[in-house]
Design a protein around this ligand. Structure first.
Ligand SMILES: Cc1ncc(C[n+]2csc(CCOP(=O)(O)OP(=O)(O)O)c2C)c(N)n1
Length: 342
């Protein structure tokens, strides 16, 4: 399918979803600064085209694994904004009942197998899902998102190798936002690109401009088609850029403000796509402005929902620890009280 043939509805979904991620992330940054969001928060602003271009190719029954920078993946996979915000606030109405927080959001109903505080931690889960799909002769696919830093992690190498020898329907998407915390990627790898690493495992490696949602859409589409045909995994490196600090509160002494401004001015994925939609005659400026305002209201509603929701009760901490009841004895100490479950 060429770019011209992508249905208008899908193109507008891409625009709206990128705006939804951006507005939500900017709001999260403000709320974190006001001390309202507990824990660590790593934001995705600037990288929206990667999640959206990829997810536009997936079916509801396909699965993804995410990273510590996972809000964009969650939103693009169709997760509820209200449930996400309640989770950020640690509220009982959150998608993980307030017990996961920003870094551990999962929604099995939507095929979001989990964000992960362990760098590269989602890769084995995606490979496991791919193995399950292959063994059950399903044409579902699994997508693992991870950063350039994670490509130095053993999970990446083991995952690529297993997916390759078993020809699993897994798509490895490296979001190279150029930094791993404060270290530029050129200082952590001797080769020019992460995509080159695929050749060591017989996995096709493709580089793509991660600020161009349609370019991402096209390369992921090819990889998904390959995977569904039983031809195995693909490694995609999307070159992108994060606008905010590694984590909220990061003083960012390792990069110049002008560098960030250059990316915002010249390579903003939403602005570039907006211009494209106007040039292609897909939408008029005021239609896009309407989408912006509607999404703005939606984000404000989600924030209000989170603020007004109750916290979980302390006893709820012990629920949902195991997906199936166990037969063993679990003993733990809570203050001076000792409880056990048989
Ligand atoms: C296994 C592991 N090692 C180290 C860390 C600490 N850590 C958290 S984020 C991060 C950098 C990750 O960089 P990258 O994979 O490029 O993702 P990005 O933050 O750039 O999106 C590190 C080293 C961790 N969480 N897990």
């Amino acid at each position: 399918m060429s770019r011209e043939e992508i249905p208008r509805e899908k193109l507008l979904w891409m625009y709206e979803t990128m705006v939804r991620i951006r507005k939500s992330e900017e709001e999260a940054s403000r709320h974190f600064a006001q001390g309202k969001i507990p824990g660590f928060v790593h934001l995705y602003a600037g990288e929206e085209a990667v999640a959206v271009g990829a997810m536009a190719n997936l079916r509801d029954d396909d699965v993804i694994t995410s990273t510590h920078r996972g809000h964009g993946h969650f939103i693009a996979k169709g997760g509820s904004l209200k449930e996400m915000w309640a989770e950020l606030y640690g509220k009982r109405t959150g998608v993980c009942k307030g017990k996961g927080g920003s870094m551990h959001i999962a929604d099995l109903r939507k095929g979001e197998l989990g964000a992960n505080g362990i760098v590269g931690g989602g890769i084995p889960h995606a490979v496991g899902a791919g193995l399950a799909f292959k063994l059950s002769k399903s044409d579902r696919v699994a997508v693992a998102f991870f950063g350039d830093g994670a490509s130095n992690q053993q999970n990446f190498h083991e995952g690529l190798n297993l997916a390759s020898i078993w020809k699993l329907p897994v798509i490895f998407i490296c979001e190279n936002n150029q930094y791993q915390i404060s270290l530029h990627y050129s200082k952590q790898q001797a080769i020019r690109s992460v995509a080159e690493r695929g050749s060591a495992y017989g996995v096709p490696g493709v580089e793509v401009d991660g600020q161009d949602v349609l370019a991402v859409y096209e390369v992921v589409r090819e990889a998904v088609d390959r995977a569904r045909r039983g031809e195995g995994p693909t490694l995609i490196e999307a070159k992108t850029y994060r606008y905010l600090g590694h984590f909220e509160g990061d003083p960012q002494v390792y990069r110049k403000r002008e560098e960030v401004e250059w990316w915002k001015k010249n390579k903003d994925p939403i602005e570039l796509f907006k211009r494209r939609l106007l040039d292609m005659g897909i939408a008029k400026e005021e239609e896009l402005r309407d989408i912006d305002s509607r999404v703005e209201r939606e984000v404000q509603d989600a924030v209000r929902f989170a603020e007004e929701s109750p916290y979980p009760n302390p006893e709820e901490l012990y629920e949902d620890v195991f997906s199936t009841p166990t037969r063993g004895v679990l003993v733990w100490k809570w203050g001076s009280e000792v409880r056990s479950h048989g």
